[in-house]
Design a protein. Structure first.
Lengths: 200, 464
């Protein structure tokens, strides 16, 4: 007779899922902030965008693998087992993030909103990017919903360094331009909101 | 005196019943005798030997129901331990003060073996003397059922013939609708406006008993659809009686019912929206000129927009989750983590919008359009029509649609009138009365097209 432990397997499965989700949230700020919509039946999802384009959601598998050899199982410590699981989940999170940025990149390219050949650490590039982004406000000009900036640590350090190197005049000019962009964004927001109405 | 043949028919039904099949008729008899049923067993471990708990005046009564004869062996092995729990463990119920003593009953549709009867008598005279066990056996039960039935036995020969035909049907097909409804009309005395409220109460008891008799053959054949069909007719006829224009029964005006229904409703999830649609249709029929019925559409629409909008942290549970999950979530007793966030889309906004447009409620839609235009409607489109009736479809697609940002009212109304008839399952086209049950059981398969179609059928039914 082959011994099986169905109840223990169910508990382990639940605990592993819980642990994996926790590691996923901790290791990926992008995924942590995302809404999760489950599709409960079938695997095809069609949607339209605000500009009326019809799209199909291409689901993709994201896999993180871990293995335990039969010989090492008796000697593996519990922390080591969890570490291997966590490593696999981190790898999966990393793949998912890369895939997410690739998908966003494609969508941005499609509408011609990609900034090419720019120096990402240049403060002027930040303004150029800000100018391209649609922005919402919490009802007033003073309450913009600022977009999240994703970049690697080195890029952010370099951006900060260059920003701090700006002269007072350059910084004043930067702020003036930023305010002008925000004014324009607010006007666009009001126009968009004004369009959302029921007419005859 | 009840016709002997009919008494034999009731005896035959009772003999063939198990404890589950005679529980509800037994409760009806208790109700007719002035008891209020406060608990009915769900056959789980928490029942503590009590299948039915009833109150009469200040007295508390607890019943353990059994089917068939109770032999010596069965008594020792199965029944006695439950009777000990029935007698000893106090009734725990919000309607009852803690520590209230109760009377205990063992009920069976069979008989007690002599040794068992003797043992219970001895126990009642000794250890159980302070709280003896009362036994109700098949003969007494039969008398109670006959008593409750006899005042409302069908009077006309043709009705009597109908009853006998129904009782002795083979239970394998659908019950004869015309015979069944004629029986209910007769036993509820629907055309008799002279009955007192007490007599009507007794007529309901008798009708429930007759329904149990005539549905028993279908139940034995596990013909659940026929049973559901019969129970639905029974409920509908009881409702007809309740809402009839009889002086005694017209005390609750439709407007009062509307007020009761419009307040205190909890939208525990998007799965609950279907119940609001059904109330909307019902009150629209009862009070066609009253625009306040729109509360059944406007209320859930506002709740969905508030809960599922982009600024909300936690949305309403999608229709893929039932009220049990909602209750567990609210009470912190959910045994698993919900990984899903429900904001940013809605499974019901589309058909709420359609119905409001169909009935000309422009003002609330104009007021809410900014939020409406920010929330896509999502629904499942099965590739095969049979998949509407599957718990989960195997093909097809989930489809999300943003409303237009600037929306023409005229177009909204004309779009809301469009029904894609070929995609409606034939069962729903041929039996639109099934739609409310479908909506309640399959809220995750309720699409805009189905709701529009059902609204058409309601309109056609009520068109002058």
């Amino acid at each position: 007779m082959i011994t099986d432990f169905p109840k223990i397997k169910v508990v382990l499965d639940e605990q592993l899922t819980k642990f994996s989700r926790q590691v996923l949230r901790e290791s990926s700020p992008l995924l942590r902030g995302m809404k999760v919509h489950l599709q409960h039946e079938d695997e095809e999802h069609r949607f339209n965008t605000l500009d009326g384009a019809e799209k199909e959601l291409p689901y993709q598998d994201q896999v993180g693998e871990f293995t335990f050899l039969r010989d090492e199982l008796p000697t593996l410590s519990i922390p080591e087992i969890f570490k291997r699981c966590a490593d696999a989940v981190r790898e999966m999170a990393s793949q998912t993030e890369r895939e997410t940025f690739r998908t966003i990149g494609e969508a941005v390219d499609e509408v011609g909103n990609t900034l090419k050949n720019i120096d990402p650490c240049d403060p002027q590039s930040f303004l150029a990017a800000l100018d391209k982004i649609q922005m919402d406000f919490e009802g007033s000009r003073q309450q913009p919903v600022m977009p999240t900036l994703f970049a690697n640590e080195e890029t952010i350090k370099e951006f900060r360094r260059r920003f701090e190197m700006l002269t007072p005049e350059q910084r004043y000019d930067f702020e003036q331009r930023r305010e002008a962009i925000m004014d324009r964004k607010y006007a666009e927001y009001l126009s968009r909101e004004g369009d959302r109405k029921l007419v005859d | 005196m009840l016709n002997t043949f009919l008494a034999k028919a009731i005896e035959s039904w009772l003999t063939k019943s198990n404890e589950l099949s005679y529980t509800l008729p037994f409760c009806e008899v208790l109700t007719a005798q002035g008891f209020s049923i406060i608990h009915l067993s769900k056959q789980n471990a928490f029942e503590q030997g009590k299948d039915v708990i009833a109150l009469r005046a200040d007295e508390l009564h607890a019943y353990q129901l059994k089917g068939g004869n109770i032999t010596d062996d069965r008594w020792v092995r199965e029944v006695w331990p439950e009777i000990e729990k029935l007698r000893k463990l106090p009734v725990v119920h919000p309607s009852v003060a803690a520590g209230t003593p109760h009377k205990s009953y063992l009920v069976t549709n069979g008989v007690l073996e002599d040794t068992v009867r003797r043992m219970i008598t001895d126990l009642n005279n000794t250890q159980w003397a302070e709280a003896p066990l009362t036994v109700i056996v098949g003969g007494q039960l039969l008398r109670d059922f006959i008593d409750a039935s006899e005042a409302f036995v069908p009077q006309e020969v043709v009705d009597y013939q109908n009853l006998i035909d129904l009782i002795f049907s083979d239970g394998r097909g659908m019950l004869d609708e015309s015979k069944l409804t004629r029986l209910f009309e007769e036993t509820l005395r629907l055309r008799d406006g002279e009955l007192s409220k007490a007599a009507r109460r007794r007529s309901i008891t008798a009708t429930v008993l007759y329904a149990s008799y005539v549905l028993s053959s279908a139940a034995r054949e596990q013909n659940h659809i026929a049973v559901m069909h019969g129970v639905t007719y029974l409920t509908a006829h009881k409702l007809s009686q309740y809402l009839s224009s009889n002086v005694d029964w017209d005390s609750v005006q439709a407007a009062t019912l509307l007020r009761w229904n419009a307040t205190g409703q909890i939208l525990w999830g998007e799965g609950a929206v279907a119940a609001f649609l059904i109330r909307f249709w019902l009150f629209n029929l009862l009070m066609p000129a009253d625009t306040t019925v729109s509360v059944f559409l406007e209320g859930p629409l506002r709740d969905v927009l508030n809960a599922n909008g982009h600024r909300s942290e936690m949305g309403l549970l999608s229709p893929y989750y039932g009220i049990d999950v909602a209750a567990r979530l609210a009470s912190g007793t959910l045994d698993r983590e919900l990984s899903e966030t429900f904001t940013g889309r809605s499974y019901s906004i589309g058909f709420l919008l359609d119905l409001l447009a169909r009935y000309g409620y422009r003002k609330p839609l104009a007021q809410l359009w900014r939020d409406i235009s920010d929330l896509p409607h999502t629904e499942y489109h099965p590739a095969q029509r049979w998949e509407y009736f599957a718990r989960r479809g195997e093909s097809g697609a989930e489809v999300s649609r943003f409303p237009d940002q600037t929306q023409s009212w005229a177009k909204l109304v004309s779009d809301a009138e469009v029904v894609d008839l070929p995609t409606i399952p034939r069962l729903l086209r041929e039996t639109p009365a099934f739609m409310p049950y479908f909506a309640l059981c399959y809220p995750h398969h309720l699409s805009r097209n189905l709701v529009r179609y059902f609204d058409d059928t309601v309109r056609e039914t009520t068109a002058p």
